[in-house]
Design a protein around this ligand. Structure first.
Ligand code: IPD
Length: 265
């Protein structure tokens, strides 16, 4: 039986508790597709409910920690060293359309460093979790990134910038280069789960630009603890600042960075 840290227990407990209302609300979504107003307002309130539960649970366990949340923004705590980075629903568009690929994402940043991450996909009961130095897990199973060495055998996940977002043209250039070099590219619709999939070896890599800290913070810890590499487009660690991210295993991460560079040369 594996022994888990108190910190991860807090994060996983909060995710499971918040997931209850999320799963209930997801059950309503199909009915709402056909209503005239559509499910948008309903989804906003589902999002807020999840965020509220997460905030309550995390605060109860660690009263002084601050927050950076998708809906609530930055909430400073008395303890300036520790901050939760939370996305109540990552994959909101999927949720809205009744597509069962979305999750709750919670990370802990300590002294500016990401040290723990939980990504919970409630419909499949997939709890991805990792803590710095202690490895990454899916439920009880230890995770390793894939061992593929060749780009041409690799499957990558990515995010496509949508209406109202910048970066359409640069993305098309990146896609143009990537699709000529890899076995397949997937757009699953949740950056946190994309990173969890890289950690689990389901995907060999992932890249995206224009991404927010709460979408990727927990997933970054998962990939690193599963033995993978995650950087910004320059190969540095300014992921949360630049919103650019490239993840992959030891063999593929540098080639992926080079491909992205070549797309913008
Ligand atoms: C989105 C998802 C998506 C990514 C977008 C994000 P949200 O997050 O992670 O996969 O491509 O850039 O905004 O809005 O569902 O929390």
């Amino acid at each position: 039986m594996m022994v888990r840290s108190a910190l991860l227990n807090v994060m996983m407990g909060a995710a499971r508790k918040a997931a209850r209302s999320l799963v209930r609300d997801y059950g309503e979504i199909e009915n709402l597709q056909v209503s005239r107003k559509g499910p948008s307002d309903f989804v906003s309130s589902a999002d807020l409910k999840v965020e509220k539960t997460l905030r309550q649970e995390l605060k109860k366990a660690r009263p002084a920690y601050g927050f950076l949340m998708e809906e609530g923004g930055e909430i400073a705590g008395d303890d300036k060293s520790n901050r939760w980075i939370v996305d109540p629903i990552d994959g909101t568009t999927n949720f809205l359309h009744g597509i069962p690929n979305f999750c709750i994402s919670i990370a802990l940043e300590r002294e500016g460093e990401l040290i723990a991450g939980v990504v919970y996909q409630p419909l499949g009961d997939e709890m991805f979790h990792a803590e710095k130095g202690a490895g990454a897990f899916l439920n009880e199973r230890r995770l390793r990134v894939s061992a593929r060495r060749k780009l041409e055998d690799s499957v990558l996940a990515t995010g496509i910038p949508f209406h109202g977002r910048d970066g359409h043209e640069p993305f098309l250039r990146e896609l143009g280069v990537m699709m000529k070099n890899v076995a397949g590219i997937r757009r699953f619709g949740s950056a946190a789960l994309d990173l969890a999939y890289v950690a689990a070896g389901r995907c060999d890599g992932y890249w995206e630009a224009g991404i927010k800290p709460w979408d990727i913070a927990a997933g970054i810890v998962l990939v690193r603890e599963a033995g993978g590499y995650v950087t910004d487009y320059e190969g540095g660690n300014k992921l949360l600042e630049t919103g650019e991210i490239v993840a992959g295993n030891d063999h593929l991460h540098q080639p992926l960075l080079r491909l992205i560079k070549s797309a913008h040369a």
